[in-house]
Design a protein around this ligand. Structure first.
Ligand SMILES: O=C(O)CCC(=O)C(=O)O
Ligand SMILES: [Fe+2]
Length: 369
């Protein structure tokens, strides 16, 4: 077991962390047996945004991907399992996936690597700091609302990962750090592509429209470390936003904080020890001409402990042109967005902080409709 007793921020005892902050058990959920969907984890609304608990808040769907896979093997391209998945994506824009195929052992090594980054002295972390030169890559300490440290890198880019390993841990061999990122990238990528394929089959779209988002795309791994809040007010570690890519896979620890908008209300996504959260992001909204919707979410900082999460975003490469699949466009469903490249979208995200998304800048002109 790793040990983290050093203060996370040089010169600040306030944010010291020890192991029990992260590994204390708060998750009491069970795997479903044969069914695709289970709703054993309740999702209370935000502690501060809620009114009464009557009626009970809706629960985020929990989908057993093993059952979905088994059903897919038996049938045609459209399956009961695929339908369950597509319904969850349409109605919620997010679900928790069980039997997701990312080995527990890889997840644990990744957690350990992330914690070892965040527990480094601040001077060392600053060596890997994100800058206009590095774009979205690198380490960042954000103090705007709740203190959040994050580190992100294109996990499949071995040269870049090695470079960061050397910046952060100059006295150690980068081999284990690099191997962990590589294995994480492969496992998360495979899961993302599997979800995409199931959705494509279920929605009945020509898979060729999506090919470029598989061949000319990459995964960005981002670790978020939220310090425990000492405030009596609600503190946000991440403001309300939508993710820009196709879809996002999120690993939570057992401290809750992720909230999504459902029917105008913030709903907490309670951590499930065996699950990964999958959410629809902006590019899938465009590809499906609004049939699937990118979900608005935020991270509330916990008062009980620090929280570590890992997001895996799937982004197209900069030159990829994003357009709605023809199956989603007709006289009754005119194109909602003009064609644009991922480069244009990413530039827009940098120019104006998405509030909560940059998609309105890419709306089709009235005469296109
Ligand atoms: O940490 C979380 O719960 C959410 C993370 C997230 O939304 C992001 O990194 O984009
Ligand atoms: Fe997000």
């Amino acid at each position: 077991m790793f040990s983290l007793s050093a203060p996370l921020l040089a010169g600040s005892g306030q944010f010291s962390l020890n192991c029990k902050d992260i590994s204390s058990s708060a998750c009491r959920s069970h795997l479903p047996n044969q069914s695709f969907v289970s709703q054993t984890v309740t999702s209370p609304p935000s502690e501060l945004s809620m009114g009464s608990l009557d009626p009970p808040p809706p629960a985020i769907p929990i989908i057993d991907l093993a059952a979905v896979r088994a059903a897919s093997l038996q049938g045609s391209s459209k399956t009961q399992g695929g339908a369950v998945l597509a319904t969850a994506c349409k109605e919620w824009g997010i679900f928790q996936a069980l039997n997701h195929g990312v080995p527990e052992e890889v997840i644990e090594r990744y957690r350990t690597q992330m914690l070892s980054i965040f527990s480094l002295p601040m001077e060392r972390k600053q060596e890997a700091e994100r800058s206009p030169m590095t774009g979205m890559r690198g380490y960042q300490m954000r103090e705007n609302s709740g203190p959040l440290e994050l580190f992100q890198v294109e996990a499949g880019n071995e040269g870049v990962v090695q470079d960061y390993a050397q910046k952060l841990f100059p006295d150690s061999s980068p081999a284990e750090f690099c191997a962990t990122f590589k294995e994480c990238n492969v496992a998360f990528w495979n899961l993302a592509m599997e979800i995409l394929d199931l959705l494509i089959a279920e929605l009945g779209v020509n898979p060729s429209h999506f090919d470029i988002f598989k061949t000319e795309a990459e995964g960005m791994l981002r670790a978020n470390f939220y310090h425990r809040s000492e405030s009596t007010e609600q503190v946000l570690g991440l403001d309300p936003h939508m993710d820009g890519g196709l879809l996002t896979i999120l690993l939570q620890d057992d401290v809750s904080g992720l909230e999504v908008v459902k029917d105008g209300q913030w709903v907490r996504v309670m951590p499930h020890k065996q699950a990964l959260c999958i959410n629809i992001a902006d590019m899938l909204q465009v590809l499906t001409n609004g049939h699937l919707k990118s979900i608005q979410h935020r991270a509330v900082v916990s008062k009980t402990g620090a929280r570590l999460t890992a997001a895996y975003f799937v982004f197209p490469k900069p030159s990829v042109v994003v357009t709605s699949a023809p199956e989603f466009v007709d006289a009754n469903n005119p194109p909602l967005y003009r064609p644009f490249t991922w480069r244009e979208f990413a530039e827009q995200q940098k120019r104006i902080k998405p509030n909560p998304t940059s998609l309105p800048y890419f709306k089709a002109a009235a005469e296109d409709n």
